[in-house]
Design a protein around this ligand. Structure first.
Ligand SMILES: Nc1nc2c(c(=O)[nH]1)N[C@H]1C(S)=C(S)[C@@H](COP(=O)(O)O)O[C@H]1N2
Ligand SMILES: [Mo]
Length: 544
């Protein structure tokens, strides 16, 4: 029976000539460091995908907390306060990476040591994850096995490259002619691999965290219980009766209340902020007598105001879709402001999101009787994450860019002079009252109709905080005709409208204008969205 040699083919058969010099130790350490980072990152990535299963480091840190004597945990809490857990995770990560770097150095001569070390490291992680209340042995295997494989692969590849470039460096010292040119590319390619590996590890880690926070925010959102609030039943009855009207039934007309999934979305967030309300508070600060914070649960408990409000984006073109009516539930802003005691001279209410976006509007407007809410729900459910979960501002009659901060974190009372919101230096007006507007939803522009066909011209009109009084339609040069209006949900909500008409020639131009309850009628003159909102009559052409 033939017995194969015990030396695996990937072990370098020749050890580097001479003593391992300091630079090659450094290479070994870097190789180990990157391999360790790769293992952790792959674990994070996989665990993030199957969250709430913890990653390897967090699981180990949790076990340390579980196993440490109470006195040690008390001391940790004293030193790090609420940051005890993050501090422990950072500490565990550093220890693991140092361990990996040492393994890397050892692996230069004996790769088996590195492989065994990473496997041991993975086993500790596996047992810790398996022990976690949020996981089990299945989740632990799913996290730990790919992590160990990735770590071992990275270690084997990198130590081999490190040894090759080390060998080059040494031989080049001995040679005389090629010495100058030989080592540089090898060293550079090793460092190239280290950087690439490090970058991949960072990216994997970041992706894992992103998946995890997404899971935790949506899990928290699913648990929000709005059942205690019965103010909905009243408004829902009004919406139902509004939806039952003939105007609302016009094919192609915008709904009286836009479903959350169809609601326009505008923000600067590349990645939607994923906020777990357990780690969140609303802070009201600045020129107030008693600055304080509110937890999400406090806000939910006090969210007894339910109001339909039509929000609009200042960059909405005439006839555009960046506008929508929804039913918002929240706590009146004025109520919270009274609790903190706004000081005289605090002329601007600044608000900021968890991701640093901000805006501001005159403080007076929170007190002039309009609907102004710290909203926690939209159309009967907790705010959708992309619409600001856990809380946002909704202020009737102001464009979103000056008022409607999503993922709200801070309200700060300041002065109009002392602060300009995000969009102000970017060319938009400091003040953003919504312009009274109307839109033709149907027929669509360019539609082919039949001569004499019974056509419903229909759409929506809005003048939030003022209310729509009248909508009129003009076809070609005929007199303006007053439209039939759908149900009113109050001055803040858009109003559906309809006119019945029959085409009489091969082409027609249709335009609409609204009059609000101050008596103002939209003018014909077209203004672009910048700097303070588009104006003009929405006008379409149709053919037969
Ligand atoms: N945090 C944050 N909130 C924000 C914005 C933003 O960029 N970031 N954009 C505002 C703008 S310009 C508008 S029009 C509204 C849009 O709200 P919606 O996406 O829920 O329709 O959100 C406002 N709130
Ligand atoms: Mo906007």
């Amino acid at each position: 029976m033939a017995i194969s040699t015990p030396t695996p083919p990937d072990v370098p058969s020749v050890e580097p000539a001479g003593p391992i010099v300091a630079t090659s130790k450094l290479r070994g350490a870097l190789a180990g460091l990157v391999a360790g980072a790769m293992a952790i990152a792959v674990g994070e990535l996989v665990a993030g995908l199957i969250a709430p299963t913890p990653g390897l480091v967090a699981a180990v840190a949790n076990r340390v907390i579980d196993l440490a004597p109470a006195s040690v945990n008390e001391l940790g809490k004293e030193i790090f306060g609420l940051n005890q857990k993050p501090a422990l995770i950072i500490g565990t990560t550093i220890l693991a990476l140092v361990f990996a770097a040492v393994l890397g150095v050892a692996s230069l001569r004996r790769p088996a040591i590195g492989i065994a070390g990473i496997a041991a490291f993975g086993l500790v992680g596996l047992l810790s994850v398996a022990d976690d209340a949020q996981s089990g042995i299945g989740g632990a295997l799913i996290v730990a096995v790919p992590a160990v494989l990735a770590g071992v692969a990275a270690l084997v590849v990198l130590t081999r490259i490190a040894n090759d470039s080390g060998a080059n460096a040494i031989s080049s010292g001995a040679e005389t002619i090629t010495a100058a040119s030989a080592p540089a590319p090898a060293r550079r390619s090793f460092l190239g691999w280290v950087f690439a590996g490090g970058a991949v590890a960072l990216l994997g880690n970041f992706a894992g965290q992103t998946f995890r926070s997404r899971a935790s925010a949506s899990a928290a959102r699913d648990q929000v219980d709005l059942a205690g609030i019965d103010a909905f039943s009243d408004i829902n009855a009004r919406v139902a009766s509004g939806n039952a009207t003939e105007v609302a039934a016009t094919p192609g007309i915008s709904p009286l209340v836009v479903p959350n999934g169809d609601y326009y979305r505008i923000d600067t967030a590349l990645l939607v902020p994923q906020v777990n309300p357990d780690n969140w508070e609303l802070e009201i600060t600045g020129m107030v007598d008693n600055p304080r914070t509110y937890t999400f649960d406090e806000l939910v408990e006090r969210a007894n105001t339910v109001e339909p409000v039509t929000l609009s984006c200042v960059s909405n073109e005439v006839g555009g879709g960046l506008v929508g009516n929804a039913i918002w539930q929240g706590v009146p802003l004025a109520e919270l402001l009274d609790e903190v005691g706004v000081q005289a001279g605090a002329t601007q209410l600044k608000s900021e999101s968890v991701d640093g976006w901000n805006c501001g509007f005159p403080t007076d407007l929170a007190y002039d009787g309009r609907t102004a809410l710290v909203a926690i729900a939209m159309n009967d459910v907790a705010l959708p994450i992309e619409h600001g979960f856990p809380a946002r501002l909704v202020v009737s009659g102001l464009y979103g860019y000056v008022s409607a901060t999503k993922w709200l974190r801070t309200i700060e009372l300041t002065t109009l002079e002392d602060f300009d919101g995000y969009w102000i230096p970017r060319g938009w007006s400091k003040f953003g009252p919504v312009k009274t507007q109307s839109r033709i939803d149907t027929p669509r522009r360019g539609t082919r109709l039949e001569l004499g066909q019974d056509v419903s011209i229909a759409g929506v009109a809005w003048a939030p905080n003022l209310g729509i009084e009248r909508v009129e339609v003009q076809v070609d040069d005929l007199p303006w005709v007053e439209a039939e209006l759908g149900e009113s949900l109050g001055v803040n909500a858009w109003r559906q409208w309809r006119v019945r008409w029959a085409p009489t020639s091969d082409s027609h131009v249709i335009r609409v204008r609204a009059t609000d309850q101050t008596g103002f009628t939209q003018g014909e003159e077209r203004q672009p969205p910048a700097p303070n909102g588009a104006s003009g009559w929405h006008t379409i052409s149709v053919r037969t």
